[in-house]
Design a protein around this ligand. Structure first.
Ligand code: FAD
Ligand code: GLY
Length: 384
């Protein structure tokens, strides 16, 4: 990506998740003076809780064409993004390209799969329809009950926790400043312009302020109501099992949501963790794990891959996805000059990190909103 030196524009980013770090890294490389304020530890909120799947169509409706295009563009950026990030940080981000099998057990599942397959074909995605026996040839650990599957070669994954660590390192190596455990209290506005942020009772000036505070993005003071992003938290419960040599998946396995309360995915990581998720619950900021939530995940995962039954549990957790009113991200300029939004990435923030970083850093450097992010501006909510 672009590495030209640039005039030392002073940029403050609120929030040190993958979105804030990704933008900060790119801007710092281009010569901006970037400071990220993170109220806890950087990258330990949604960005840490995620499964790391890079799958534009899995959780987006076919009708959401602009979002699908954004996700597909970001997926295409991933190989270059990983190469640059790994080179800059000298760390692996666990990018895996083995692909995904979406599997169905009964007739309802098969119908959902058929619908998904047709949508994928219309989008020209590299997908293959197969029966249960063919799916088990590719992944012998699948249940004998599986009757149909879609193999999606282009749905990849990254280890999002490794990506967080690599982004922190690459950002700081590029000269970016990261303050952890320091919340931004308020954004300073004067004459319709963002002038900086208030931190520990003191004002810190900036030429540009970027709001990338995930599901807390509407809690920061100072913004008028029409420039406050409509963001809510959407809870996801998850768990990780320890794979053994006899139960070691290579591909991501997904089930559709035909029978049970939640669809389930199983995401094998290079370090032997098998991440299983996730519930999707409108519970405000609650992050309590529940017996029902974990039961649904384990039941769904066990039905697809019975061999997980004896695997040790490594970890359980819940994270909060930043969801906007229409579940698409909020990207770009606002009515307040020099106040940029990069939030609301909902279920696809890991996938959308490269495109967000590229487009928002370009906006800050050129002052131009690209066609790619134009449909995702905050102003779309006031036009309805
Ligand atoms: P966050 O990572 O939440 O970061 C925001 C940061 O802002 C936080 O660290 C917070 O502490 C900080 N902050 C808040 N207020 C302030 C303040 N006042 N001052 C300073 N800092 C502040 N996406 C995918 O693409 N693939 C997946 O497989 C996937 N799986 C997921 C599974 C689960 C269970 C969850 C919860 C999410 C998943 N996602 C996935 C979505 C993805 O994790 C998010 O969209 C993405 O992490 C959002 O990144 P972010 O930087 O905007 O938010
Ligand atoms: N993208 C996976 C999730 O949000 O659960």
């Amino acid at each position: 990506m672009n590495s030209n030196r640039n005039s030392a524009k002073k940029v403050i980013i609120i929030g040190g998740g993958v979105i804030g770090l990704g933008i900060g890294w790119q801007l710092a490389k281009m010569g901006c003076a970037v400071t990220i304020y993170e109220r806890n530890r950087a990258g330990r909120a949604a960005s840490w809780a995620a499964a790391g799947m890079l799958a534009p169509l899995s959780e987006v409706h076919f009708e959401e064409q602009e979002l699908l295009q954004l996700g597909s563009m970001s997926l295409r950026l991933y190989p270059e993004w990983v190469e640059e990030l790994e080179a800059d940080s000298r760390m692996s981000v666990g990018y895996k390209t083995e692909g995904t099998l979406i599997v169905g057990i009964d007739r309802d599942d098969a119908q959902l799969l058929q619908h998904l397959y047709e949508s994928q074909k219309l989008l020209d995605l590299r997908v293959e329809w197969m029966d249960g026996a063919a799916a088990r040839e590719i992944e012998p650990l699948l249940s004998p009950k599986i009757t149909a599957a879609i193999s999606s070669e282009d749905d990849h994954q990254v280890d999002n926790r490794l990506m967080v660590k690599a982004l922190i390192t690459a950002y700081q190596k590029a000269g970016g400043t990261l303050f952890e455990n320091i919340p931004v209290e308020k954004i300073e506005l004067r004459e319709g312009q963002a002038k900086g942020v208030w931190v520990k009772g003191a004002l810190h000036d900036a030429d540009v302020v970027v709001l990338a505070a995930g599901c807390w993005s509407n809690e920061i003071g100072g913004l008028p109501e029409n420039v406050t992003p409509p963001i809510r938290p959407v809870k996801g419960q998850m768990l990780a099992l320890k794979m053994e040599s006899s139960v070691a998946l290579q591909k991501v396995i997904r089930t559709p949501r035909a029978k049970y309360a939640t669809d389930v995915y199983l995401v094998p990581k290079n370090n032997g963790r098998l991440v299983i998720g996730a519930t999707s619950e409108e519970m405000g900021f609650d992050t309590q794990l529940t017996a029902g939530g974990l039961f649904e995940l384990l039941r769904g995962a066990w039905e697809a891959v019975p061999g997980i039954y004896d695997l040790p549990i490594l970890e359980t957790w819940a994270g909060l996805r930043p969801g906007s009113r229409d579940n698409a991200p909020i990207l770009g300029p606002t009515e307040v000059k020099n106040m940029i939004m990069a939030t609301g990435h909902y279920r696809n923030g890991i996938l959308l990190t490269p495109i967000t970083a590229r487009e928002i850093s370009s906006l800050i450097l050129t002052g131009k909103t690209s066609e790619t992010i134009a449909p995702f501006q905050l102003s779309r909510f006031s036009q309805v």
